[in-house]
Design a protein around this ligand. Structure first.
Ligand SMILES: *[C@@H]1O[C@H](CO)[C@@H](O)[C@H](O)[C@H]1NC(C)=O
Ligand SMILES: *[C@@H]1O[C@H](CO)[C@@H](O)[C@H](O)[C@H]1NC(C)=O
Ligand SMILES: *[C@@H]1O[C@H](CO)[C@@H](O)[C@H](O)[C@H]1NC(C)=O
Length: 403
C-alpha cells in the first residue's frame, strides 16, 4: 500500500513539474520580456495577431496608464501603430500612437487621431492627454512607450493595432487581408483582460482563468469534501473495510494532484498580472497548498493504529482536513468573485456543495443510528464491557490496520 502511495505521489509530482515547465515556456515571451533600463510593467498581454504585445501599469489614483506596445516581425522601413478607440471600434476614430524611422534616420514616436480611411497618420493631438511618448527599434521590433491619461470614468476600451510600409516620407496603407484585418479587440486596463470586439473568441488569459477555475473547483472544492465523506461515513460499514481507506486515499491524492496543478495555474495568473491583486484568494490558496501538502505527507508518516501517538495523529489529521475543506470552499467562492460574471458556475457549484452537504447530513444521522444500535447489542452481549469500542470511528481506525 505504501509503495502504491509513493508511486501515486511521485507521478503527480512528475506531472506537475512538466506542467510548470511547459506553462512557463508558453508565456515566456510576454511577462519575462526584459525592457532596457529595467522598466517593469504590472500586466502583460500578447495581442492575438501581428506579433504584438501590450505591457502596462494602471494607476487608479490618477487614472493613468504607463504602457509599452511591442510590435515584432517588422523592419525599420515599416510603421507601427496602436490606439484606443473611445467612441467607436477598429480604425476610424482610433487615437493612435505611431512609431517609424523618420527622414533624419531616427526612431520617432508621435500621436495621431484617425478620422477616416484615407488617413496618412499625420501627427495630431489625441482626445485624451499623452504626457509622454517615446519609441525604440531593436531585433525587428518597435516598442512604443507612453503614458496615457485615460478618459474619465472607464478603464475598458476598444483597441486596434497595425503596421505598414514607409516609402520616402509617406506612410503606406497597411495590408488589406489576413491578420492586418483582424488586429482589433478590447482592453481593460483595470482587470487586465483583453477581448475580441464581438466577444466571440476567448483570449488566452480568460481561457487560463477558466482552466484554473475548473481544476480548483473540481479538486479542492468537490473531490476533497467527497473524500472526507468516504472516510467518515463508509468506515461505519464493516463490509466497506478497508475499501473506504483506499477510496479516501485515491480521492484525496487525485484531488491533491489536480489541485496542485490548479494552484500552479493560479500562481502563473497572479505573476502575469501583478497589477491586479486578489490578495485574499491568493493567500488562502497558498495556505491550502501548504496544508494539503502536509496532509499528504501525514499519510505517509502515520503511526500504526495501536501506536500510542496515533490518537494525536488522528486529531491532527482531522483538524487539518476539515480546515482544508472549509478554506477550499471559501476560496472557490473567492475565485468566483474574482472572475465576476460567472453566475452559472457559481450556481452549479452551490448545487454540488448543497448535494454533498445533504448526503453528509443523511449519512451522519444514519451513522449515529448504526452506532447506537451496535452499542445496544454489544452491551447486551457483553454487559460488563459496554463502553469498549463504542465509537464507530475508532472501530474503523483499528480495522484499517490491515490497509
Ligand atoms: C518566443 O520568442 C522566440 C524568439 O523571439 C520565438 O522563436 C518563439 O516562437 C516565441 N514563442 C512564442 C510562444 O511566442
Ligand atoms: C500617476 O500615479 C503614479 C503612482 O500612483 C505615478 O507613479 C505616476 O507618475 C502618476 N502619473 C502621472 C502622469 O501623474
Ligand atoms: C525624427 O525623430 C526625432 C526623434 O523623435 C526628432 O527629434 C526629429 O525632429 C525627427 N526628424 C524629422 C525630420 O521629423
Amino acid at each position: 500500500m505504501d509503495r502504491l502511495l509513493r508511486t501515486l505521489l511521485f507521478s503527480s509530482f512528475l506531472l506537475l513539474s512538466l506542467f510548470a515547465t511547459s506553462s512557463y515556456a508558453q508565456t515566456q515571451n510576454c511577462s519575462s520580456f526584459a525592457f532596457r533600463n529595467n522598466q517593469l510593467f504590472a500586466t502583460c498581454n500578447p495581442l492575438p495577431v501581428l506579433n504584438s504585445f501590450l505591457h502596462w501599469s494602471y494607476h487608479p489614483d490618477n487614472h493613468t496608464v504607463d504602457l509599452a506596445y511591442r510590435h515584432g516581425g517588422v523592419t525599420d522601413s515599416d510603421w507601427v501603430a496602436w490606439g484606443l478607440n473611445i467612441d467607436g471600434s477598429r480604425m476610424v476614430g482610433a487615437q493612435c500612437l505611431v512609431a517609424l524611422r523618420n527622414s533624419s534616420g531616427q526612431i520617432h514616436a508621435y500621436t495621431s487621431p484617425v478620422t477616416d480611411y484615407n488617413t496618412r497618420l499625420a501627427q495630431g493631438e489625441l482626445s485624451f492627454r499623452v504626457p509622454r511618448i517615446a519609441a525604440e527599434f531593436t531585433n525587428n521590433e518597435f516598442i512604443i512607450f507612453a503614458t496615457l491619461v485615460l478618459p474619465s470614468g472607464r478603464t475598458s476600451f476598444n483597441q486596434a493595432w497595425q503596421n505598414g510600409g514607409v516609402s520616402g516620407q509617406t506612410l503606406q496603407v497597411h495590408a488589406q487581408s489576413g491578420d492586418n484585418m483582424r488586429s482589433f479587440g478590447t482592453v481593460d486596463f483595470a482587470n487586465g483582460e483583453l477581448g475580441s470586439d464581438g466577444g466571440s473568441s476567448v483570449t488566452s488569459r480568460q481561457r487560463r482563468r477558466h482552466v484554473h477555475g475548473v481544476l480548483n473547483a473540481v479538486s479542492w472544492g468537490v473531490l476533497m469534501p467527497m473524500g472526507a465523506v468516504f472516510a467518515r461515513y463508509l468506515k461505519v460499514f464493516k463490509a466497506a473495510n478497508p475499501a473506504w481507506f483506499y477510496l479516501h486515499v485515491a480521492c484525496q491524492t487525485s484531488a491533491y494532484a489536480v489541485g496542485v496543478a490548479g494552484w500552479g495555474t493560479g500562481l502563473k495568473l497572479g505573476s502575469d498580472s501583478t497589477g491586479i491583486k486578489f490578495n485574499t484568494h491568493r493567500n488562502i490558496g497558498i495556505t491550502l497548498f501548504c496544508l494539503g501538502t502536509l496532509q499528504v505527507f501525514a499519510l505517509l508518516l502515520r503511526p500504526k493504529p495501536d501506536h500510542k501517538y496515533r490518537l494525536y495523529w488522528n486529531i491532527y489529521h482531522h483538524a487539518i482536513g476539515y480546515t482544508v475543506i472549509i478554506l477550499s470552499i471559501i476560496n472557490v467562492f473567492e475565485g468566483f468573485d474574482a472572475l465576476n460574471g460567472q453566475k452559472n458556475w457559481k450556481r452549479a457549484y452551490i448545487g454540488v456543495i448543497i448535494a454533498i452537504g445533504a448526503i453528509a447530513v443523511l449519512l451522519e444521522a444514519f451513522t449515529w443510528f448504526i452506532v447506537i444500535k451496535r452499542k445496544k447489542s454489544d452491551s447486551n452481549k457483553y454487559p460488563q464491557n459496554g463502553t469498549n469500542g463504542g465509537n464507530a470511528y475508532s472501530n474503523g481506525t483499528h480495522q484499517q490496520q490491515q490497509a
